[in-house]
Design a protein around this ligand. Structure first.
Ligand SMILES: NC(=O)c1ccc[n+]([C@@H]2O[C@H](COP(=O)([O-])OP(=O)(O)OC[C@H]3O[C@@H](n4cnc5c(N)ncnc54)[C@H](OP(=O)(O)O)[C@@H]3O)[C@@H](O)[C@H]2O)c1
Length: 338
């Protein structure tokens, strides 16, 4: 391999207290890493900001170990192989992997989440890090594999103007569901309506969220796709129908203050309404991801799926983009083109 020079990395310089701020991160340079036997050198093309990263910045066990102080932030990205010691991953191949916020990184074939990206001509590359990638797969797995949503059912989704939520809205509509989206602010609610939701509720503007959802779904809710946890989850439990399903995708409302999770008062409703409440991690569901990807590709081709994204340019924008994400200032998938 012949790549030389310095690489850029975003490292954690201190653990955030509350929402992350610029001072928690630093842009540093490091020598270009060299791939060992069987390894590849990858150039980041599209960096992804995910709420789950906030959990890795605290010094507590999560489903992945915490980021060490001084170490590059862990995250998903879409990259291009620029040097290879592995015939299965030739130079020029596009891939997604869970790696680090480094503009070049070395991985082996066993890297977490490593998968080839077959980009269709004319489709913007960043969609494969969004609605045609992990975002779309998460929405699909939560809605259909966990939530078992079916035509004619009522689906409620929180953070509906966000990356996952905006995709859930569109997938549920395409499947013939009645869709109610919860979003913070009139601008976000308008976006949710434009994406096809039957009803969008600006939860910041209603005095009683439960009353607003009950008015929108007087016969109850079959599937609640939960992105936020906290008070919204608690408000939703009594609104579920008999045998309703709560697909627990994430609890972003709690990530900035993980030491003080709110208590749930309405768990008894699981018994009353024989509810199924199930958390999931998308990439645990490998057997169905091919089917999910095919549906996402088809809906995009048919014009029934509009990837919603906020995209910045420049590797150094990753912290800024992440800070905006964790302050609720973004709509759609938060991405950085490198
Ligand atoms: N299980 C999995 O495999 C998996 C995979 C990917 C993502 N997820 C989870 O899915 C959820 C959505 O992730 P995403 O990537 O699609 O993010 P996102 O929805 O694009 O962005 C986060 C949104 O969450 C809402 N929010 C509510 N409380 C918040 C708070 N205290 N701070 C910041 N935002 C808050 C905001 O929308 P409003 O203004 O409308 O409140 C914000 O725009 C997260 O919980 C994430 O962890 C899970």
């Amino acid at each position: 391999m012949t790549a030389t020079g310095d690489i850029r990395q975003i490292v954690l310089v201190r653990r955030p207290v509350g929402a992350p701020v610029a001072e928690d991160f630093a842009l540093v340079r490091a020598p270009m890493p060299m791939p060992g036997p069987g390894e590849i050198l990858v150039k980041m093309r599209v960096g992804s900001c995910d709420p789950a990263i906030r959990g890795f910045l605290d010094d507590r066990p999560s489903y992945l170990p915490p980021v060490a102080l001084g170490a590059p932030i862990n995250g998903m990205s879409l990259g291009e192989v620029v040097a290879s010691n592995n015939l299965a991953w030739p130079v020029g191949a596009l891939l997604r992997a869970f790696a680090t916020w480094s503009d070049h990184y070395v991985i082996g074939a066993d890297a977490m989440g490593l998968e080839m990206v077959e980009a269709a001509p004319g489709v913007p590359l960043q969609h494969y890090m969004g609605a045609l990638g992990p975002v779309g797969l998460t929405a699909w797995v939560g809605l259909f594999e966990i939530g078992k949503a079916a035509a004619g059912e009522t689906v409620v989704v929180s953070a509906a103007a966000g990356a996952t939520g905006s995709t859930v809205v569109q997938l549920a509509k395409a499947a013939g569901c009645r869709v109610i989206g919860l979003a913070g602010g009139p601008h976000k609610a308008a976006i949710v309506r434009d994406l096809g939701a039957d009803i969008a509720i600006d939860y910041k503007a209603v005095p009683d969220l439960a009353a607003a959802v009950r008015a929108a779904a007087p016969d109850g809710v079959d599937v609640y796709f939960d992105n936020v946890g906290g008070e919204t989850l608690d408000a939703m439990l009594p609104l579920m129908r008999l045998h309703g399903r709560v697909a627990v995708c994430g609890m972003v409302s709690q990530y900035n203050d993980a030491d003080h999770p709110p208590g749930l008062k309405n768990l008894w409703q699981l018994v009353v309404n024989r509810l199924t409440m199930r958390g999931f991690i998308t990439y645990d569901h490998l057997p169905v991801l091919g089917e999910a990807q095919a549906m996402l590709d088809r809906l995009l081709a048919e014009g029934k799926l509009t990837p919603l994204e906020n995209v910045r340019e420049g590797f150094e924008k990753l912290p800024e983009a992440f800070i905006d994400l964790m302050n609720g200032r973004t709509t759609g998938k938060t991405l950085v083109l490198v």
